[in-house]
Design a protein around this ligand. Structure first.
Ligand code: ATP
Ligand code: ZN
Length: 731
């Protein structure tokens, strides 16, 4: 297992050690008029360690939400434990304002998951327990005032169509009472869906062994289009038939509609979907359906991992290598890693699927920790597309396109096939510059260029880091020359060029800008799937998971940008991204082609790509990581600091490093030099980082546990914020 349960339960500043979950005092109905106050240790979403004591006239079960005053602010907190004595002076303890009893206490396994996450990622419990709830459940205003009408849960239950759900609530499933899962269960018919390929049948047998064993992790390593989804569906069906629930995680919101459709078609309507683009009401209703056991399948992005599911029997993490499973702010958790932990904790199977597994997961599979199941070929007997590397050093480029790529686009257009031009850069051009002097469009607040965007008929400059925007100057602000030019290109400029070059072709751009409005992504993808576009232009958004029927050609521009990044994971990410995007081509018919334009065709990444050879790439990359002592052969944590001047951030990190070195726990932990971030300034705040590394996870965590509580004291003064990130994905 990559993650181990902590030996000790989370112990806050106030709370004594012990297992608060097991010590729960289940006394919901104390006699009326009982006068001795009890003390509740309450978790609050505030950036302070520990729990906070409040009093009440009767015990409240752990996992119940309460409304309390924190300073002058009303907040929703969650009871973590009940105590006879407060941790601070009894007369300083305030009573809680209200018990929010619109929901039963959060289940014990959910509390364990949150506790583990808090412990492992070194965050206060309250920063885990509350932010992962649907927003309406943690907003005090949702429970006060004339319009609250009993709170959001009551309102959700009163909606037309929700009455049945509300009634069913009482009889909702109990955890741990479902039948064991047997292979060959009557309820696992193999007749729905296509006849499996031999490889699928073998992999399914392996997955069913896992179900029969009751737990364990499988890596389903299947090339793009090999029919992994088909296996998820069959496995889920079996789990549901045995009375259990399945959780299906996908990396991208935009993949949910496609999968939702397949799930409904094959497994029916007892489905809930959770992702960040839902309205609050939608999110709450989906969460309620899953947590009351009314939905058999929960489909969602990383935040769905934290949904309580009383009968959970299977977790699937599709495209497990995807970076979006890592939350990048607040609690910086990996939903994939927590999924593995949750599966282990519950004793249920976890399936990780990918065409290009993360090297961490791949190594677990090679070591035998995870069961490796392979789908080496496409399901529909279509060969993988032919990959061609076109050397851009010798080519005459037209707007970044080689003649080879333009010819190929032309040919596909003539055949009535769809093409995809992939460029991982949105906007019109990454920078604007003056032809006479050295002026470039620099953000005033960040050490980054402002990106030229076309907005309606106009152009504007936008910073992708702080969001600042400004009009395009008429002339160079430095020398007055009116000749200022875009340099390089993004999706918008590519779209514009293709529209000129292939007049009459229908061009559809899909990127974060084109899909900003709710529902617009769905609409664009629907058009792409319906064949209403001849050439798609898109970023990584288009590269994942989509099953375009008529896509015969993929052209990749600007892949080299990722090749020489300082981040040691850059080649791994580039390889995965190129395999993914190549995988969109030729899924229904043969003769598909991928053209990758590069200055460096001899690089190992491209050579492995040429052969669709993940194993070869992984062997090479793991070898390199082993030599350099990098993950997965070591564990890392990143301490980051922010200040107005980077010097102050660096000084703080230097002091933290010195403190760490003075601790006996630093034995076996490598402390790197503090360095400024590559983009050092964002929104007028400068940032630096300090990398901790150790061969074993244990040593690293022991050091952090001793070191972190004292850092606030070191940070006093100029440092605005510091934070720790465990298993950072970007360095
Ligand atoms: N046994 C089968 N026979 C025929 N078609 C199949 C079979 N299994 C899957 N398919 C079809 O093959 C296509 C690709 O399958 P699917 O999308 O599940 O692949 P995948 O491995 O998830 O691919 P990716 O990693 O690219 O998302 C789909 O259209 C699916 O319906
Ligand atoms: Zn900026």
């Amino acid at each position: 297992m990559p993650l181990k349960r902590p030996a000790d339960a989370a112990s806050g500043r106030i709370m004594a050690s012990g297992d608060p979950v097991a010590d729960a005092v289940p006394v919901p109905d104390a006699p009326a008029g009982a006068q001795t106050p009890v003390y509740l240790a309450v978790a609050l979403d505030v950036p302070l360690p520990g729990l906070f004591d409040y009093s009440h006239d009767r015990p409240v079960a752990p996992g119940v939400r309460v409304r309390v005053m924190f300073g002058r602010r009303a907040m929703v907190g969650m009871v973590w434990a009940v105590r006879a004595e407060p941790g601070v002076d009894a007369d300083r303890v305030r009573p809680i304002e209200a018990v929010l009893d619109d929901l039963p206490p959060m289940p014990a396994d959910w509390l364990r998951l949150a506790e583990f996450a808090a412990h492992y990622y070194h965050r206060p419990l309250g920063e885990v327990l509350l932010p992962v709830l649907p927003p309406s459940l943690r907003r005090p205003a949702a429970y006060t005032g004339a319009r609250s009408a009993g709170g959001p849960v009551c309102r959700a239950d009163r909606r037309p169509g929700a009455t049945r759900a509300a009634r069913a609530r009482k009889g909702a499933g109990q955890p741990g009472v479902a039948a064991p899962l047997e292979p060959g269960d009557a309820a696992a018919p193999d007749d729905a869906g296509p006849v499996l390929t031999d490889a699928q049948a073998r992999a399914l047998a392996g997955l069913r062994d896992l179900l029969a064993a009751g737990n364990g992790v499988a890596l389903l390593h299947g090339v793009t289009g090999s029919g992994k989804t088909e296996l998820y569906l069959r496995l889920a069906r079996q789990v549901i038939a045995a009375g259990r629930q399945a959780l299906l995680l996908v990396p991208e919101i935009n993949l949910t509609p496609q999968l939702e459709h397949s799930v409904r078609e094959r497994l029916g309507d007892r489905l809930a979907v959770i992702h960040s683009r839902l309205s609050e009401g939608e999110r709450l209703r989906a969460w309620l359906r899953a947590s009351r056991g009314q939905a058999d399948i929960l489909l969602g992005t990383r935040l769905a991992l934290f949904t309580p599911m009383p009968r959970l029997g299977l977790i699937v993490v599709d495209e497990e290598h995807d970076a979006s499973y890592k939350q990048q702010d607040g609690l910086r958790y990996s939903a994939r890693d927590l999924a593995v932990w949750r599966g282990h904790d519950l004793g249920i199977p976890v399936v990780l699927g990918s065409a290009t597994p993360s090297l961490e997961t791949w190594r677990h599979a090679l070591d035998g920790d995870y069961r490796l199941l392979s789908l080496p070929e496409r399901a529909q007997a279509q060969p993988l597309p032919e990959i061609r590397l076109v050397d851009t050093r010798r080519a005459r480029l037209e707007q970044g396109f080689t003649p080879q790529l333009l010819d190929a686009l032309e040919a596909r257009l003539a055949q009535g096939e769809q093409s995809l031009v992939f460029i991982n850069r949105r906007g019109y051009a990454p920078v604007l510059r003056c032809v006479s002097c050295a002026w470039v469009s620099q953000c005033r607040r960040c050490t980054a260029h402002m990106v030229l965007h076309r907005l309606g008929g106009r152009h504007v400059l936008q910073c992708h880091h702080c969001g600042d925007a400004m009009p395009v100057p008429r002339a160079c602000p430095d020398c007055g020359d009116p000749d200022i030019q875009p340099m390089g290109r993004g999706t918008q400029r590519v779209e514009e060029f293709l529209a000129e070059r292939f007049s009459g072709a229908r061009i559809l751009r899909i990127d974060a800008d084109a899909t900003r409005l709710k529902g617009s992504a769905e609409a664009l993808f629907a058009r792409a799937h319906a064949g209403e576009a001849d050439i798609l232009v898109g970023t990584q958004m288009v590269s994942k998971g989509h099953d375009f029927a008529r896509l015969g050609l993929v052209g990749v521009l600007n892949a080299d940008a990722m090749l020489f990044s300082q981040d040691f994971r850059a080649p791994e990410r580039l390889f995965a991204q190129l395999m993914q995007v190549a995988g969109r081509a030729g899924r229904r018919q043969g003769g598909a082609q991928v053209i990758v334009q590069t200055d460096y065709p001899d690089q190992a990444v491209y050579q492995a790509l040429l052969r669709h050879d993940y194993a070869r790439f992984a062997a090479y990359a793991l070898e390199e990581r082993r030599d350099l002592g990098l993950p997965p052969f070591s564990s890392q944590a990143l301490l980051t600091a922010q200040a107005v001047r980077v010097r102050d951030a660096l000084d703080f990190l230097e002091a933290a490093r010195a403190r760490a070195q003075s601790l006996p726990e630093s034995a076996g932990v490598r402390l790197h030099d503090p360095v400024p971030l590559r983009i050092v300034r964002v929104a007028r705040v400068e940032r630096a980082q300090l990398l901790f590394e150790s061969d074993g996870r244990g040593a690293l965590h022991r050091l952090l546990r001793t070191l972190l509580p004292g850092l606030d004291e070191l940070a006093r003064g100029a440092v605005q914020h510091w934070g720790i990130e465990v298993d950072p994905q970007e360095i």
